[in-house]
Design a binder for this molecule. Structure first.
Ligand SMILES: [Zn+2]
Length: 446
């Protein structure tokens, strides 16, 4: 009887263990080792001066019960540029047999990381030597990402996956609560205005009872700091705290739709650390709650939609701006004049959107800096088990909803020139195109 029972148990156990998720992890220190221009604020006047804490690229490879694979890559960078994304897609396909839909390339949007190849060049006074250093660094970054992806795929081992959602409240709608100096008073009076998304989505990867990796999100700009030292901003501190309290585990940040959300007040290191610890506490609390186990089923899709540019700037206005090339607008205007003269102005941008189903978790990713309306809308439409990641794969511009586009301001309009794009704004159908594209992808990803 006992022998029979053991055989029966073994028979039951075999398909169970064979039907599990597998996961592998790897990471690389990507801190620049020489001074280099820092990405994200046009007002900087000089390259970096040292390091507050290291910058990381991290890879979490997943494989479902049928052998479908995908890799989440997180980086402490402002955003992957079109050139880096193109190179990585080609190399990851060639070297690791990964198609673009299987690659989720995240950027924390830290404003204390290096400028990357082709990223916002107009806003910095770069000379040839600066650009050479940026290109060398970008090649190193690509090599490291390809290397850790291979390492993570090589290390795949049986795991369980769980999903949960926590909350933390330091993100403030930056369009609706100005001047920023009023924000502490508004917080004290509980009188902050504007849409926000305070969810902290968490994907936990367990090897037995041990946490092997945790991916966590938050919809808030990584702009606490504007110093000349490298750091991952608040989410860098979160990663450090989580990896300290779970030795051996890898913590990866997946930035949400925080394009119009700032950590406020800000600009001092202890606030970046405080927000980082608040986010870490929200993740820890979620890990202690009853999280939802995810079935070992993975389906991945990606699509690029041609986002249409709105009206082009008038040549006369460009010519006037181009007279002063000591500022970014002048440098951008001079480039645009040449593009217009050569009749070489693109009409659309190939905008990447992605949909993963991880068990019953619906994970949407969007390129660019996406305003918070999008994550609120998609979660309302598709339910609470929906995770919306922004700053993903290619960060080429802000992505406003129709409301923000109409209101204008930085996220709706003036950031287009900062990003070096040829139009003053996206066309009025930007929200419709993005939403229709995502809806189609969700339908296609069963
Ligand atoms: Zn930004």
């Amino acid at each position: 009887m006992n022998t029979l029972r053991i055989i029966l148990l073994l028979c039951l156990a075999l398909p169970l263990s064979a039907a599990s998720w597998k996961a592998g992890t790897a990471k690389a220190d990507i801190t620049p080792n020489t001074p280099i221009w820092m990405a994200g604020y046009g007002g900087r006047t000089k390259p970096s001066e040292g390091t507050l804490h290291p910058l990381w690229a991290k890879a979490l490879a997943l494989e479902d019960a049928k052998g479908n694979r995908a890799v989440i890559i997180s980086t402490d960078t402002l955003g992957m540029t079109a050139s880096i994304y193109a190179n990585l897609k080609a190399r990851l396909a060639k070297e690791h047999k990964l198609q673009p839909e299987q690659i989720m390339l995240n950027a924390s949007h830290t404003h204390t990381g290096p400028v990357l190849r082709g990223g916002l060049y107009d806003i910095y006074p770069l000379n040839a030597a600066h650009i050479k250093r940026i290109e060398e660094y970008s090649a190193r970054l690509e090599n490291e990402i390809v290397r850790i992806t291979g390492q993570a795929l090589k290390n795949l081992e049986p795991v369980t996956l769980k999903h949960g959602i926590g909350i933390t409240r330091f993100g403030v709608n930056r369009r609706e609560n100005k001047p920023y100096s009023d924000v502490p008073k508004l917080i004290a009076a509980q009188a902050l205005k504007g849409p926000i998304d305070h969810d902290v989505p968490v994907l936990a990867v367990y090897k037995g009872l041990e946490l092997k990796a945790v991916v966590f999100g938050y919809a808030c700009h990584s702009t606490t700091l504007g110093i000349q030292k490298f750091s991952g901003d608040y989410s860098g501190f979160t990663q450090i705290a989580l990896e300290k309290s779970h030795p051996g585990a890898l913590a990866l940040f997946s930035a949400g739709c925080g394009a119009d959300i700032n950590p406020l007040p800000r600009r001092v290191v202890h606030l970046a650390e405080r927000y980082g610890l608040m986010l870490a506490a929200a993740v820890e609390e979620t890990l202690l709650q009853k999280m939802q186990p995810l079935e070992p089923k993975l389906n991945t899709r990606i699509k690029t939609i041609p986002l249409e540019y709105g009206a082009l700037p008038e040549p006369a206005a460009l010519a006037a701006a181009a007279k002063n090339q000591t500022n970014y607008r002048g440098r951008w205007a001079a480039r645009m004049l040449k593009l217009q003269a050569d009749d070489d102005v693109p009409k659309t941008y190939p905008y990447p959107i992605q949909c993963w189903r991880v068990g019953d978790l619906l994970w949407l990713t969007m390129g660019g800096e996406v305003v918070v309306d999008f994550s609120l809308n998609f979660k309302k439409q598709y339910g609470p088990r929906t995770w919306v990641t922004s700053y993903c794969n290619d960060v080429m511009a802000y992505i406003p909803t129709f409301r923000v586009l109409q209101e204008g301001g930085y996220e709706g309009q003036s950031s287009m020139a900062v990003y070096g794009l040829p139009a003053d704004r996206w066309k009025e159908n930007v929200e419709d195109l993005v939403t229709e594209g995502i809806n189609q992808l969700v339908r296609d990803t069963k």
